[in-house]
Design a protein around this ligand. Structure first.
Ligand SMILES: [Fe+2]
Length: 138
């Protein structure tokens, strides 16, 4: 299973957001790992629940920072977050129904990994550039 390498290219320059992104990727990798090594379904379910909970926590923290910075793209960004939560919930439901299948593993790779990297690399960075500009112009 493909894991996500955390590297400097994913930094947005807002320390809290960067820390949470790193943690999110750690949790996503932990989930990929528990599926690859064929851990018990209970353990995988637990890891998936942690990931969902942490994702919600991270998104709401990010949205608070955006609201404080009066980010004009907030609504659009929020809807991307909702989409992602939807994907996670769907994966959790599939897992509960079918257990740890190859389909679930592939969904993880294509949906979660690609989505997360694109989201951080493009959408979060758009906000970050607004954030840094707003800060420097006072
Ligand atoms: Fe985001």
């Amino acid at each position: 299973m493909k894991t996500v390498a955390w590297d400097g290219s994913l930094l947005v320059g807002i320390p809290l957001v960067d820390q949470q992104h790193e943690e999110l990727i750690r949790r996503l990798n932990a989930l990929a790992c528990s599926i690859t090594t064929g851990e018990g379904e209970r353990e995988i379910q637990r890891t998936l629940e942690f990931l969902i909970e942490y994702t919600r926590h991270h998104f709401s923290a990010e949205e608070t920072i955006m609201a404080d910075a009066k980010y004009p793209g907030l609504l659009e960004h929020k809807s991307r977050h909702l989409e992602f939560i939807g994907v996670l919930n769907q994966l959790e439901e599939e897992f509960r129904e079918d257990g740890s299948t190859k389909i679930l593993a592939e969904s993880l790779n294509t949906l979660l990994v690609n989505w997360l990297l694109t989201h951080i690399g493009k959408v979060d960075k758009q906000f970050a550039s607004h954030f840094h500009t707003a800060k420097s112009t006072g």
